[in-house]
Design a protein around this ligand. Structure first.
Ligand SMILES: NC(=O)c1ccc[n+]([C@@H]2O[C@H](COP(=O)([O-])OP(=O)(O)OC[C@H]3O[C@@H](n4cnc5c(N)ncnc54)[C@H](O)[C@@H]3O)[C@@H](O)[C@H]2O)c1
Ligand SMILES: O=C(O)[C@H](O)[C@H](O)COP(=O)(O)O
Length: 381
């Protein structure tokens, strides 16, 4: 069996070695000729999987993307050829939530506001929106959810608000897929008009898909002097992004919100499980056996939980300014272009989730907040 997989898929060689011959490829450059004899194709979000890519292939039975988003996959075409498809729902949702939390902590320090005084409007309450909501709940930060699809789901008992209410919060965090069809398409959900209605004090975070915000309209708004604070991880038309927007961002990164090691590797593991099911073979491997120890194993806490401690802890584990710095440095070094955008992503330095770290506290100061945030319980040595 010929298995083609994106070279930016951690542990793929370990997971798939027993299935047959493995061929890694560079996701952006994959050609129809290269993939002509693939039986299984495992991609990430930068590979467009459609008729153009697959027209020379008559062997393919399974396509998987190790990502949450699947707007790069022509599912209708795969269905028409009876090719099985799977994505990796939720694989890096925690990573995105931790990115957003890190951005909030950094901005709270930069502008001297208290996170507890803020309200957060979460647009899209699926996996990433929910993980963020859980962390905000743990911290006691007020937030609201907008999701017209889940609102109709009787089994979802959460309270939902209107889009206008969500967009009037101090912080707006976007967590929707990129869609152009259906009842509630998200393409340019934040268009010129909605952007113009935002106030000077608001923070807008986009870590879902660039096309959800009209980037040209956003640039015009910022060029007109609007003080809205921007956190942008994703861009329209990646990797050929609207560079003029970068200097207007408080925090800006190269689509890496979901790039914790755990987040990426869970994607690979989910494809492994789906392929086992597809081939009707027993699952024998597990990510637990491959993930290395984190650099920091345990952090000892000797004070009561407060926002200062949260700030210190979040920054020890994941300080989003590292990735903002890498991005801006790359631009200063050589004008950002499609190659440098992809280069940052390909060479992304290891980043771990809170769950890779144990927190050890004495009984007197024990606080559940940190465990609810995702850290593990450690023992005081
Ligand atoms: N920056 C990154 O690294 C990164 C990482 C993971 C996911 N993503 C992107 O984030 C998106 C969301 O991820 P997820 O795991 O939460 O997906 P999900 O499918 O679990 O949830 C998405 C939610 O959005 C809702 N939704 C759809 N259209 C909407 C609309 N018009 N308004 C409000 N809600 C709407 C859906 O009902 C669903 O509940 C993914 O599709 C992916 O494109 C980006
Ligand atoms: O949809 C997703 O899961 C994320 O956007 C993911 O982080 C994309 O990563 P890529 O496939 O571009 O490496």
């Amino acid at each position: 069996m010929n298995i083609f997989y994106d070279e930016n898929m951690p542990f793929a060689a370990k997971f798939f070695a027993d299935f047959g011959e493995l061929t890694p490829f560079s996701g952006r450059d994959l050609t129809a000729e290269q993939v002509a004899n693939a039986d299984v194709l495992l991609v990430r979000s930068i590979t467009q999987v459609n008729e153009t890519l697959l027209k020379q292939n008559h062997a393919l039975t399974f396509v998987g993307t190790a990502t949450i988003g699947f707007d790069h996959i022509d599912k209708n075409y795969l269905d028409s050829r009876n090719i099985a498809f799977t994505s990796a729902p939720g694989c890096n949702a925690v990573s995105v939530a931790e990115y957003v939390l890190s951005a909030l902590v950094v901005l709270a320090e930069r502008y001297q506001f208290k996170l507890l005084d803020m309200t957060v409007g979460i647009v899209g309450a699926g996996n990433t929106g929910s993980r963020l909501s859980e962390k905000l709940t743990a911290l006691g930060i007020q937030h609201v959810l907008f999701d017209p699809y889940l609102e109709q789901d009787a089994s979802d008992k959460r309270n939902f608000v209107t889009l206008e209410e969500a967009l009037s919060c101090d912080v707006i965090s976007l967590h929707v897929p990129k869609t152009t069809q259906g009842e509630h398409p998200t393409y340019h959900l934040l268009d010129e008009q909605r952007l113009a209605a935002l106030t000077a004090e608001q923070i807008l975070i986009n870590a879902c898909r660039g096309e959800v915000i009209d980037n040209q309209a956003l640039l015009r708004l910022k060029q007109s002097g609007h003080p809205l604070k921007l956190v942008l991880d994703v861009w329209e038309n990646e990797p050929n992004i609207l560079q003029e927007l970068i200097p207007f961002c408080e925090i800006t990164t190269a689509h890496i919100a979901g790039y914790s090691l755990e987040g990426k590797a869970r994607g690979t593991e989910m494809l492994y499980r789906a392929l086992c099911q597809h081939l009707e073979v027993r699952e024998e491997k597990s990510l637990e056996n491959f993930l290395p120890e984190s650099g920091i194993n345990q952090i000892e806490i000797n004070q009561q939980f407060d926002e200062i401690l949260l700030n210190q802890l979040v920054k020890i584990v994941y300080d989003v300014r590292r990735d903002d710095g890498l991005f801006r440095q790359q631009i200063g070094y050589q004008h950002v272009n499609c190659h440098s955008f992809d280069y940052i992503r390909k060479t992304y330095p290891a980043r771990r989730e809170f769950s890779a770290i144990q927190i050890a506290m004495t009984k007197q100061i024990e606080s559940d907040v940190l465990y609810q945030l995702g850290f593990r319980k450690g023992s005081k040595q």
